[in-house]
Each structure stands twice: as C-alpha cells, then as structure tokens.
Design a protein around this ligand. Structure first.
Ligand code: AMP
Ligand code: MG
Length: 487
C-alpha cells in the first residue's frame, strides 16, 4: 500500500510533445472536500483507501496541489459530433495529470475532469458540476462491476465554487483512470489537419503502449485496427445486453481501447425500449439504444478513414466487416446466459427477439425481468412473470418455447439454475432516479447516499441485506427524467 506522495509517474503521452498536448495547470476549486472515493479504483494505484479521508487527498484532486513529477497536459483531438466533423476539440475542462504505474507494472492515466480552462475550452468555462461528476463516478464503477469495459473513477471532489448551467450549481472534479485517454478523434485530428508525421507518431505510440502483441503480425497497424474493431464489438454487445445507453457516441468520446468513455447523459434502461433516447438534445435519435450498434460501426469507419495512410482501403473494409458478426456472436452469447441457457441453438436469436418485442410492448422492467426469471424453475418463473405482460397470449406462446428450450438445454437443479443466472443478471442497476436521489442529497451537503449507492452497485449480482429499495422499478417521477448535455 502506498501513501499519496509515493505514486510513481511515467508521463509517456506528455513526452510526445507540444503538437499533441499543452501544459496547463489545474485551477483549484474553493473549499475542496471528498464526496466519494472508490477503494477498488484506489487499489489500481496501490493506494491505501484510508488516504481518501485525508485533507491532502481533496487538495490534490481538487486542483490545489500537484505531485512534483506530474505533468498536467490538455490533449488536442477532434471528432465527428452527431455525424458532422468538428475540426478542433480537445480537453476543454479536463487535464491529463500524468501517467502512474503500479507495483504490477500497469500504467494508469490520471485525468482530472473539471480542472478549469484550457486552450481547448472554446465557449466553455472549463468546469464540471457536482451532478455530472457524481454521475460519471457512479457509472464508471457500476459498469466495471457488471463486467463492462470502462474507464474508472477514483473520486469526486466537491466544492463551494459557483458554476453556471441552467441555474447556479457547484463545481466538482472527478478523477478518471484509464490505461489511455486517446480517442478515435486523436487520429482524426492529425489526419484532417494533414500532419502525417504526427499521425505516424501517434499510431506508433498506441501500437507500442497498448497493442504490443500486434507488432508480431505481418501488418501491425492492420492487426491493431482489427483488435480495436473486436473490442468495440464486444463492448457494445455488453451495453446492449445490459441495457446501457451511452448517449453521445461522438468519435471524440470513443476510446482506442474499446472501453466505455466520456459519460454524459447516459442511462440504463428501466422498461425495455429499443428506441430509447437518453439525451434529450438528440432530437433525431442518432444515439438511441438500438442505434448504438450501427453507430459503433460508423465510428470505426471514421477511425478507419484516419488510418488510410497506413492501411489499404480493402484491408480496412475487411476489418470493418468483422464488426457486425462479432457483435452478434457476443450479444447472443450473453443473452443466452441471461436466459439461463448453456448450449447454443440456431433459433435462440429469435427467442431473444420475441421476448424483447413482448417486453417493449408491455413496458417490462429490463433488469428485474431477467433477475426474476432466474429466481425459480423456468415453469414457475414464467408463470409469475406473466402478470407483467399485456399481450398474454403472446407471452404464453413465448413461455412455452422457452420452457421447451430450457428442457432441451439439459437437466439441472433449481439451485444451479439460480446461481448461474444470478451471476449474470444484476439485481441492482444504476437507474437514473437512484442517481438523482443521491445527487439531490449531495447537493445539500449529504454524501451518504452517493456512497451507499456506490457500495450497492459494487456488487450488483449479490442480494444485499436491507437494500431492497435499490432493487425496485422507478417511481412515476423517476421514469422519464430528462438528462441534458450540460454537464
Ligand atoms: P463532451 O460532450 O463532454 O464530450 O465535450 C465535447 C467537447 O466540449 C470537448 O472538447 C470538451 O472538452 C468540451 N467541453 C465540454 N464541456 C466543457 C466546459 N464546461 N468547458 C470547456 N469545455 C467543455
Ligand atoms: Mg467528450
């Protein structure tokens, strides 16, 4: 276990130089205080969880202090936003403080979001508000606990600094951890500004640091792109299987590591709704729940375009062609497991589709349905779940097919079935209304609810005593909360 002053820095991205990022110091928050910290994320840096409670922790992650070896940098990138190209974006309110490595030799970028203005702030104030910082913190750690690749969050630091959004709010900072903060938009920036040397340097950097095994391949860059395609297909399959809606899948929010990144107006589905749009500024539903699948491929094609100086168009197209079949295989595999199936049959895809259609028509809770399906034998479970459906004849027909399918899958005891299913079907999910309750309390100075919710979501598959209220459908007020981009 390390103390805060024992972190070891490397700063390999900073060493790429001024064409890639600019030196900027964090702008401190007034009266910084710890809102919540993740012991699991602290362990990634070998940090003793007790140090979160020390005043220096809030000072470091509230922008007051800095390690001597840290090299805070604002990164430049660009990207396609809602389908249109924006030539210059960048860290407008976040800073890469430095790269730290732990005792196991793993490298982690420390990124402080809400750290003040940078050369890339455009019209923004460089700040993040408490509400959005809590949402990013909870989502990162909850996705990780569900087994979905994501950036991590070390802590949220609150403050008395006023920040104007639709109304006056308070500034906060979230410390994000990821092995890299390089986005598809980094490649696009150097490609569209016609800087071939820097583009090549960036590609080498990513290959060496994050895809070293691709070096062994005859065409290392192509192998790396294929790997990025595969990781994205798998990540998005997991989003779809667990009902996660990212909300702003612009190419500047897509990580080259295939991890969930840059949280804005995200949501987990309550009722199943394939057409759900979580970002109320997304008028056309470009990033609706079901559109995430084709958008994943669209984003990868935007990255492919930026890699055309290194890889032939035919090879890039072939690699892009891997996306959909890989996505489908991962998705179906997960959905089979969510249904308690251990074998594969050709018609399983249809079984899943029919179920989702019925759930859509009846507004059935996506998380609780699967959880309850595993509570008992297939026959008992479907007979209890039947009441949630409006189209009873439709559900009965599906239930017969499901029971027959379960019978063909093989014999196991009710206990085995429950254990197997509960291990993949969470009881607790980060519902918008739960986050909203925790935020409302935190805004009035009470951080206990954020901390409790974080703890519950750390173990989403295990029933926790006294936590029934976190495993309920949303109350009426919590069903259609509007989450905006203003964060
Ligand atoms: P996002 O939608 O959060 O992914 O941000 C898109 C771009 O706007 C990025 O370049 C951000 O750094 C920038 N940005 C967002 N909010 C702010 C803010 N409050 N101040 C400065 N830049 C911001
Ligand atoms: Mg972003």
């Amino acid at each position: 276990m390390k103390a805060l002053d024992e972190l070891t820095f490397d700063n390999r991205f900073a060493r790429l130089g001024d064409a890639f990022s600019t030196h900027v110091l964090p702008e401190p928050l007034d009266e910084p205080r710890l809102v919540v910290a993740s012991a699991a994320a602290m362990a990634l840096l070998d940090l003793d969880p007790a140090v979160a409670e020390t005043p220096v922790f809030a000072e470091l992650f509230g922008g007051h202090k800095l390690w001597a070896e840290a090299q805070p940098r604002a990164m430049v990138y660009s990207g396609h936003q809602f389908g249109g190209y924006t030539p210059q974006l960048g860290d407008g309110r976040g800073l890469l403080l430095g790269e730290v490595y732990n005792q196991a030799g793993e490298h982690w970028d420390l990124h402080l979001k809400g750290a003040g203005m940078t050369p890339y702030s455009r019209m923004g104030d460089g700040r993040a508000v408490l509400r959005s910082s809590i949402r990013e913190f909870l989502a990162s750690e909850a996705l990780h606990a569900l087994g979905i690749p994501t950036s991590r969050a070390l802590c949220v630091i609150g403050s008395s600094t006023p920040v104007w959004r639709e109304k006056q709010e308070r500034g906060a900072m979230v410390l994000r951890l990821a092995p890299s903060h390089i986005r598809f938009g980094h490649f696009e920036y150097f490609y569209y500004t016609q800087k071939p040397e820097q583009l090549a340097e960036l590609a080498e950097h990513v290959l060496n640091l994050h895809y070293p095994e691709c070096r062994e391949q005859p065409e290392p860059y192509l192998a790396m792109f294929r790997e990025i395609v595969e990781r994205n297909a798998e990540m998005i399959a997991k989003w779809q299987a667990y009902g996660f809606c990212h909300g702003v899948m612009n190419t500047d929010n897509m990580s080259i590591l295939g991890i969930t990144f840059d949280f804005g107006p995200f949501a987990f589905l309550d009722d199943f709704d394939a057409h759900f749009i979580c970002n109320h500024s997304d008028h056309e539903g470009r990033y609706s729940f079901s559109n995430q699948v084709p958008i994943g491929q669209w984003n990868l094609s935007a990255l492919a375009q930026a890699l055309t100086p290194f890889i032939s168009v035919d090879a890039l197209k072939e690699a892009l062609g891997l996306y959909l079949p890989l996505y489908q295989a991962h998705y179906l595999d997960l959905m089979r497991r969510r249904l308690g199936l251990t074998t594969a049959e050709e018609d399983d895809q249809k079984l899943v589709e029919r179920l989702l259609k019925l759930m859509q028509n009846s507004g059935v809770d996506y998380t609780l349905f699967f959880r309850r399906l595993g509570d008992e034998s297939a026959a008992l479970a479907v007979s209890r779940l039947r009441d949630d459906f409006v189209d009873l004849a439709g559900f009965d027909a599906w239930a017969e097919q499901y029971k027959a399918r379960v019978a063909r899958d093989g014999d196991d005891s009710e206990t085995q079935r429950r254990e197997r299913m509960h291990a993949v079907n969470p009881l607790y999910i980060l519902r918008n209304y739960l986050a909203q309750n925790a935020i409302a309390a935190a805004e009035s100075g009470d951080y206990s609810e954020v901390r409790r919710l974080h703890e519950v979501l750390n173990n989403p598959f295990e029933e926790q005593a006294g936590m029934e209220q976190y495993a309920q459908r949303p109350p009426d007020w919590g069903k259609h909360l509007e989450i905006s981009c203003s964060s």
